[in-house]
Design a protein around this ligand. Structure first.
Ligand SMILES: *[C@@H]1O[C@H](CO)[C@@H](O)[C@H](O)[C@H]1NC(C)=O
Ligand SMILES: *[C@@H]1O[C@H](CO)[C@@H](O)[C@H](O)[C@H]1NC(C)=O
Ligand SMILES: *[C@@H]1O[C@H](CO)[C@@H](O)[C@H](O)[C@H]1NC(C)=O
Ligand SMILES: *[C@@H]1O[C@H](CO)[C@@H](O)[C@H](O)[C@H]1NC(C)=O
Ligand SMILES: *[C@@H]1O[C@H](CO)[C@@H](O)[C@H](O)[C@H]1NC(C)=O
Ligand SMILES: *[C@@H]1O[C@H](CO)[C@@H](O)[C@H](O)[C@H]1NC(C)=O
Ligand SMILES: *[C@@H]1O[C@H](CO)[C@@H](O)[C@H](O)[C@H]1NC(C)=O
Ligand SMILES: *[C@@H]1O[C@H](CO)[C@@H](O)[C@H](O)[C@H]1NC(C)=O
Ligand SMILES: *[C@@H]1O[C@H](CO)[C@@H](O)[C@H](O)[C@H]1NC(C)=O
Ligand SMILES: [Cu+2]
Length: 561
């Protein structure tokens, strides 16, 4: 059967990797519209080489990865970001439009080339407009010959979760005074191919769980089985048992599962879509409207009829995982970046997301291009416009404090680094007290953290990667609403940075300036005339757009600011 053949391909065969020469993997990817039915409802999605789901990008640690990316969409710009990849020494390959490159117009191409310098479970996705919810996303697996858990498992499978939704424009409306996000219509697993995992008694499986969602988190539980977590966000952790796991948009967990051999039944597992409400708060009486049941299939001749029932979702606390190598927390920091997140309104009454009362507005010149072309002035945040720029010096230890002054959870992601997660207290504790607390001594390293409602997180990283790295909520609608800050790391070391010709050509083709300050002023870079100061009021991602808010409205109301 067609779907099960696809499923088999998706789950067990290595994707087609063209090995050009030892140490280089090359992918020729034409980005195209494809008709698909991710949740049974047919729609155009963005695929690769006329296929959707998008393929798995695979490499081995140390490999050079080349993606020859050609935009064949015809009617939209495109781009690709490699989520979690450090891009050390290749900051121009990170991929977000308006940040490290110009959007790639139809019929234009760019070559992405970078080193897969760390092993683990990553993913790639468009970082251009709100485009990845339309389908342009896939797993990125970097295999590790020195995997410390190698002897602990026999086979590996990918389990991706996502949501699917059809109403985005409604969010950017002055009538949306409650900052209502578009609510997903469905939960999709392995891009709609389903996920019955064929297993054999006596074997152990490494399941690479990835959340591709635009909005929803996922709660996961395997009937009668414990998940042994071995990695979070492509960083090994000390093996930790979990009965339930919560995975926020953009996060990854690698877990080991050894199917029980007590009887010959097939074991169900349950995934519930979490709309980022406070699951720890029992007075909220949450309903779980979108469930998915998959199976560990030990015997395919037996029925798949058991249901996995969870009485209460109580997932493991992600802040309590420990790094595999036991690395200690940085003992202090050189620079503090405090980001108070709240919903806010812009000058025209449109709902936005703000850090420190300022919403991110994409500028004309990609920020990294401004860094590379403004000489000594590139350490002056004024030249970058309203991108919430923060300049950090080379090798400083940076502490980011995010205060989540909202009633929902939000997953915050940092490009270019794994950060140490020093603290991520429970909901309702309020904002960071303004002084250091008792942080964990061996914090987990990751690239995306769930920050609890009315609470905060404390993160640290070493600024050893010159470049321009976004820090943003990974709920795609909140990115569209401006929930982004820009870390401009060691700009003094990027004054001679050059860009490949094809990247510059992409700017030329779309008449996008690529030199000077945010507005492309090159003579006087502190001249802010031409900066973009009004955020866009239309939204161009997600192909099916409705004009009204979803009803019923299943989200706790927010007060207007
Ligand atoms: C699982 O096994 C069944 C029966 O052998 C087969 O039809 C199906 O394609 C397999 N599925 C996967 C995902 O390998
Ligand atoms: C991509 O499109 C170009 C131009 O249409 C074509 O020459 C090339 O063969 C395509 N590549 C793949 C991998 O389909
Ligand atoms: C682009 O084309 C796709 C596929 O035909 C269509 O669904 C989509 O609405 C178009 N988008 C724009 C912005 O025109
Ligand atoms: C989804 O699963 C949860 C946990 O078992 C359960 O509470 C909820 O009722 C289920 N929802 C539906 C629509 O079946
Ligand atoms: C944001 O605005 C509020 C209300 O006007 C004010 O109290 C607060 O100090 C501002 N915060 C920052 C970081 O500017
Ligand atoms: C960065 O700072 C650390 C700690 O101060 C120091 O040990 C290291 O040598 C520095 N690295 C470089 C490249 O300057
Ligand atoms: C739990 O939810 C209730 C009802 O929404 C709210 O009043 C209360 O403040 C919440 N508790 C915490 C600790 O956030
Ligand atoms: C940039 O290049 C010039 C000329 O080669 C050199 O003198 C200078 O040190 C370089 N600057 C940086 C920051 O690498
Ligand atoms: C550059 O522009 C700024 C802001 O408009 C202005 O204050 C400054 O005088 C200008 N500098 C020069 C050299 O023209
Ligand atoms: Cu958010």
């Amino acid at each position: 059967m067609f779907w099960s053949r696809c499923l088999e391909l998706f789950l067990s065969l290595p994707a087609l990797v063209i090995v050009v020469r030892a140490g280089t993997v090359t992918y020729d990817w034409n980005v195209t519209w494809v008709w698909a039915k991710p949740d049974g409802f047919g729609r155009p999605v963005i695929g690769i080489n006329h296929k959707w789901p998008c393929p798995t990008l695979e490499a081995t640690v140390g490999d050079t990865v080349i993606v020859n990316f050609l935009n064949k969409l015809g009617n939209q710009t495109a781009g690709l970001h490699f989520h979690g990849v450090s891009q050390l020494q290749t900051p121009e390959m990170d991929g977000p439009s308006g940040v490290t490159q110009c959007p790639v117009p139809p019929d234009a191409s760019v070559k992405y080339q970078f080193t897969a310098d760390a092993p683990g479970t990553f993913w790639y996705h468009s970082h251009n407009m709100g485009q990845y919810p339309d389908g342009l996303r896939g797993p990125l697996i970097v295999h590790d010959p020195n995997d410390p858990y190698k002897s602990s498992y026999d086979e590996e499978v990918i389990l991706s979760v996502s949501d699917c939704l059809k109403a985005v424009q409604s969010m950017l409306s002055p009538y949306n005074t409650r900052f209502a996000p578009p609510i997903p219509d469905s939960l999709i697993v392995n891009e709609g191919l389903g996920s019955h995992i064929n297993v054999t008694k006596g074997k152990t499986y490494r399941i690479r769980i990835i959340n591709f969602a635009a909005f929803g988190s996922a709660m996961i539980h395997f009937d009668s089985h414990t998940m042994n977590i071995i990695a979070n966000d492509a960083a090994y952790v000390k093996k930790t048992d979990a009965y339930q796991l919560r995975i926020a948009p953009a996060q990854r967990y690698d877990v080991l599962i050894a199917p029980l051999d007590q009887d010959s039944g097939n074991y169900p597992f349950l995934i519930s879509l979490d709309l980022n409400r406070d699951w720890t708060n029992s007075s909220q009486q949450l309903k779980w409207a979108h469930n998915y049941t998959g199976y560990l299939v030990l015997d395919s001749s037996k029925k798949l009829d058991k249901k996995d029932v969870v009485n209460k979702w109580q997932p493991i606390d992600e802040s309590l995982l420990e790094p595999y190598d036991g690395a200690a927390a940085y003992s202090s920091y050189d620079q503090l970046i405090q980001l108070d997140f709240k919903f806010c309104l812009d000058q025209n009454g449109y709902p936005r997301s703000c850090f420190n009362n300022i919403t991110y507005i994409s500028q004309k010149v990609p920020t990294l291009y401004s860094v590379a072309t403004t000489g000594d002035q590139n350490t002056n945040p004024v030249i970058y416009g309203q991108v919430n720029p923060f300049i950090v010096n080379f090798n400083q230890t940076v502490q980011i404090v995010v205060n989540n002054i909202d009633t929902a959870t939000h997953p915050f992601h940092l490009h270019g680094h794994h950060f140490q997660l020093l603290a991520r207290p429970s909901s309702g504790v309020g904002t960071w007290p303004g002084h250091e607390g008792n942080y964990v001594s061996t914090p987990p390293m990751r690239d995306t953290v769930t920050v609890m409602p009315n609470s905060y997180a404390v993160l640290r990283f070493r600024a050893d990667n010159p470049g321009v790295w976004l820090f943003h909520c990974h709920i795609e609608w909140h990115v569209e609403m401006g929930l982004t800050a820009t870390i401009i790391e060691a700009p003094d070391r990027l004054r001679n940075l050059t860009f490949p010709d094809d990247h510059i050509d992409v700017c030329k083709k779309s008449n996008t300036p690529y030199q000077g300050n945010a507005a492309g002023n090159t003579k006087n870079v502190t001249d802010t005339s031409g900066f973009v100061t009004v955020p866009p009021t239309t939204y161009s991602g997600c192909v099916l757009i409705l004009s009204s808010l979803p009803t019923p409205f299943p989200f706790p109301p927010r007060a207007s600011p």
